[in-house]
Design a protein around this ligand. Structure first.
Ligand SMILES: [Zn+2]
Length: 371
């Protein structure tokens, strides 16, 4: 009857670096006794001189803290997951509610309590509480990103409900940032939402971006797209970019020094050259997929895990269900991130919308090669 035990980072020096140990025990007392016997020094970490479990040590069996069960007498059965979670100095220890909520993260070797703390301390700005911002905001909040900034100037419209899943029918007419704040609060009250009911423009972009570690771009128009790009480049912020058009989506991560949107499209097309948002339309599920991938890339950035979409543009065709990855290189001649930039301050373009279709990228840009 084998039980897995999660060993917290500070205790791994005792287990030879192992984050997970298997043991045979019928109850928690037996399990802790086994660890104490196998790993010298473990007993002092777990118990005081009287042999009582330290108050700053919590033991969870399948996401329930043992004090809510039968204490050390809590019975174990094969396949149970046991986690030993010490309180953490610095006042950012998790509440029991948080430990339960994030238990599936705690079980992941690449996340665990230290990764969860990184998420909790992270500050992410979402530009737009619409099609992309909705799934991204929901998943970032659910994952425990501690502070989410939201900027949007719009109110909820009936036509938004087909894809903007932060909003509900009874919120039509409400400010999107307020509706989003309400929904996120219902999902995860541990998340602090900072609502900015404003249009992103040259007067507020720098001030806003400075307040956050990462910026997730969920805009649907060129003026905001160029503005967000330029502000991120000029401030050295990582921008997790996403775009959708009818049945196609694209995702990439613009990291300082690794290229930007203007490396691909140095200047916006003239108004009228691309379909307007209203004419173009979008399949309702598509932003859900693209925005979720943006949330995933944001979490990978925060945790520093995996292979990020830096220098790569992911294209998704919803109709053929195909993903393609194109290489994206920094252009030395880029007007904002190149060797001799000509754009050194923010520009407010006139309002128009639509997005270049991804296929053009592959065919017309020699600096973008099929991966
Ligand atoms: Zn660039």
């Amino acid at each position: 009857m084998s039980v897995k035990v999660y060993i917290p980072t500070p205790f791994r020096a005792l287990t030879g670096g192992q984050s997970r140990v298997e043991t045979e025990a019928g109850d928690v007392k037996g399990l802790l006794g086994d660890l104490e016997a196998r790993f010298p020094g473990m007993r002092d970490r777990l118990r005081d001189e009287q042999g009582v479990l330290h108050q700053f040590i919590n033991v969870y069996v399948n996401s329930e803290e043992i004090s809510a069960l039968d204490g050390e007498a809590t019975a174990l059965k094969g396949g149970d997951d046991v986690s030993i979670i010490p309180a953490v100095a610095g006042g950012s220890a998790f509440t029991i509610e948080e430990v339960k909520r994030y238990s599936r993260h705690f079980l992941l070797q690449d996340v665990g309590p230290s990764g969860q703390r990184k998420l909790k301390n992270a500050r992410v700005l979402l530009i737009g509480a619409g099609g992309l911002g909705s799934p991204a905001g929901l998943y970032l909040a659910a994952a425990g990103v501690g502070t989410l900034g939201l900027i949007d100037f719009d109110v909820v419209d009936h036509s938004n409900l087909q894809r903007q899943v932060l909003h509900f029918t009874d919120r039509v007419g409400d400010l999107k940032v307020e509706s989003a704040k309400q929904t996120i609060g219902m999902l995860n009250p541990n998340v602090k939402v900072e609502a900015h009911n404003a249009i992103l423009d040259s007067s507020n972009a720098f001030e806003l971006f400075r307040e956050y570690d990462y910026v997730l771009n969920g805009v649907d128009n060129f003026p905001a797209r160029y503005l967000a790009n330029d502000a991120a480049v000029l401030l050295g912020k990582t921008l997790i970019d996403g775009g959708i058009n009818q049945f196609e989506g694209q995702v990439t991560v613009y990291k300082p020094g690794h290229g930007c949107y203007r490396c691909l499209y140095p200047a916006p097309p003239p108004p009228g050259a691309v379909p307007s948002c209203a004419e173009a339309g979008v399949l309702g599920v598509l932003p859900g997929i693209v925005g979720s991938m943006q949330a995933l890339e944001t979490i990978k950035q925060i945790l520093g895990i995996g292979d990020p979409l830096v220098g790569r543009l992911l294209l998704f065709d919803a109709l053929s269900m195909e993903f393609r990855t194109l290489k994206l290189r920094r252009d030395k001649g880029c007007p904002v991130c190149g060797d001799h930039p000509t754009i050194t301050e923010l520009i407010d373009y006139h309002e128009f919308c639509g997005a270049p279709i991804p296929a053009e990228l592959a065919d017309q840009r020699d600096r973008v090669a099929v991966h």
